[in-house]
Design a protein around this ligand. Structure first.
Ligand code: ADP
Ligand code: ADP
Ligand code: ZN
Length: 217
């Protein structure tokens, strides 16, 4: 299965992606996680990406497109993948299409996790993440078992600098201007499916499984 997740920051893409990746045995590829890993290791990519991410802006398309091109050439993507946080611009969507066309592959669906703007601030300011494995928690809605430690790998949980209230509103504006047009883009291609992201985590996952289960058959 070849799937992309769409939805504003805080919609629950990363949270659902972990469960989808386990259940359907496809690699979860999060551009945000890849950037954060590079930032913490201070690689050249990380140093460049940080300049944009800290301001709540998108990392330039070409950098992101090259990164995903490289990642999708990996052996583990041969039979499918789940993209979380890519594409974020129509330009990135076109680049993905070209890449898949070249391989004779196609996307199965673009799954939109829909959530109104007023839900988002609470989700993002309460988010805590693991930089080692990418797991995402919420201090109220999805706390880790041991305070401040990742359930999956035991690493320390941190608050993302770009989840500060000031940056969140900038990110939402950018989402609306640059990423939202992808909804129409995939709808026109008859590839869009939608779930209600305001429901509890398990119930969102149930809806997701309904949609992906049908595709798998
Ligand atoms: P995204 O990857 O779309 O930015 P995350 O998966 O990181 O979103 O989720 C954002 C925050 O909201 C996290 O703190 C997560 O634990 C929490 N969260 C995710 N899904 C739900 C949900 N359905 N209900 C309540 N909180 C959620
Ligand atoms: P969220 O969980 O809030 O949706 P991500 O973890 O996916 O955020 O991304 C964090 C930041 O990394 C984004 O705000 C952006 O600056 C950068 N980023 C991630 N993916 C992309 C992309 N496909 N194109 C450009 N920038 C990206
Ligand atoms: Zn972890």
């Amino acid at each position: 299965m070849r799937i992309i997740l769409l939805g504003p920051p805080g919609a629950g893409k990363g949270t659902q992606a972990k469960s989808i990746s386990n259940k359907f045995a496809i690699p979860h590829i999060s551009t945000g996680d890849i950037f954060r890993k590079n930032i913490s290791e201070k690689t050249p990519l990380g140093i460049e990406a940080k300049k944009h991410i800290d301001k709540g802006h998108l990392v330039p398309d070409q950098l992101t497109i090259d990164l995903i091109k490289d990642r999708l050439n990996n052996e583990d993507c041969k039979n499918g993948f789940l993209l979380d946080g890519y594409p974020r611009t129509v330009n990135q969507g076109e680049a993905l299409k070209t890449l898949l066309d070249e391989k004779g592959h196609s996307l199965d669906t673009a799954l939109l996790i829909e959530i109104p703007r007023e839900f988002i601030l609470n989700r993002m300011t309460g988010r805590r993440v693991c930089l080692t494995c990418g797991a995402s928690y919420h201090i109220k809605f999805n706390p880790s078992k041991v305070d401040g430690k990742c359930d999956v790998c035991g690493s320390e949980l941190v608050q993302r600098a770009d989840d500060a209230e000031e940056t969140v509103s900038e990110r939402l504006d950018i989402y609306e201007a640059q990423t939202q047009p992808l909804i129409r883009y995939y709808d026109d291609k008859k590839l869009l499916s939608v779930v209600d992201g305001t429901k509890a985590i398990d119930s969102v996952f149930e809806s997701v499984c309904g949609i992906l289960g049908e595709i798998e058959e």
